[in-house]
Design a binder for this molecule. Structure first.
Ligand SMILES: Nc1ncnc2c1ncn2[C@@H]1O[C@H](COP(=O)(O)OP(=O)(O)O)[C@@H](O)[C@H]1O
Ligand SMILES: [Mg+2]
Length: 198
């Protein structure tokens, strides 16, 4: 189902300019009817109700995030966002930045957590063992986390590969805002696991 997400070629092509300001990249998303639905310290994310993908625009250099998206592009893991296209641009100050076209996901909150599937709950409990900032529903079920770990050795490997490939310039940034949900499947997605060292 995910592989069917359609990105109009005219939209994709319009983001092929090499050097321009982050502001004009964001303006282009707006021109195509996308509105800002979220942001972090380094990115703004734009969505359009007619499409099942979002455009995540990197405004401030974040090589760890770029590496994360390029690494997960080819995984089939359901625990990471599906990156449909990854483009880069250089802003007027010479910073190397990215534009990622990603499947549309949903925030994790009290309401959506009820829809989390069994694997997603196991994964969240496993993440909570890795970092106490993940504290979903205030309780960590270590047993559930450990059970998930023994059934998902490939995912554990992907996770530790991402951590070691980015550790030179970033650290783990696990908190619930960086988890999202894939609906209606109920998958829990590790959306934004690393943040630059400040
Ligand atoms: N794939 C997505 N689908 C829907 N909203 C998203 C998606 N990715 C990011 N967002 C929105 O943007 C916000 C910030 O995203 P995040 O990945 O944490 O960015 P940052 O790296 O800047 O912290 C999220 O909390 C969410 O609201
Ligand atoms: Mg974030």
């Amino acid at each position: 189902m995910l592989s069917n997400i359609f990105i109009p070629p005219s939209i994709l092509k319009s983001f092929d300019k090499n050097q321009e300001s982050a502001v004009s990249v964001c303006k282009r998303a707006k021109y195509f009817g996308f509105k800002k639905i979220g942001y972090g310290a380094y990115t703004e994310t734009y969505a359009n109700p007619n499409y099942s993908f979002v455009i995540k625009i990197n405004l401030t250099s974040d090589p760890a995030a770029f590496k994360f998206y390029s690494m997960i592009m080819n995984t089939k893991s359901k625990y990471f966002p599906k990156v449909l296209k990854l483009k880069s641009y250089v802003d007027l100050g010479g910073n190397f930045l990215f534009i990622a076209f990603i499947e549309k996901l949903y925030p994790l909150n009290w309401d959506t957590w009820k829809k989390a599937n069994k694997d997603g709950r196991g994964f969240t409990n496993w993440l909570a063992i890795q970092d106490s900032y993940i504290n979903i529903r205030n309780i960590t079920y270590k047993k559930l986390g450990k059970a998930w770990e023994s059934n998902n050795t490939a995912e554990v490997k992907i996770f530790s590969s991402i951590v070691s490939a980015t550790s030179e310039f970033s650290e783990l940034d696990l908190h619930e805002d960086n988890l999202m949900m894939r609906l209606p499947e109920g998958d829990i997605i590790l959306n934004d696991p690393v943040a630059p060292l400040i």
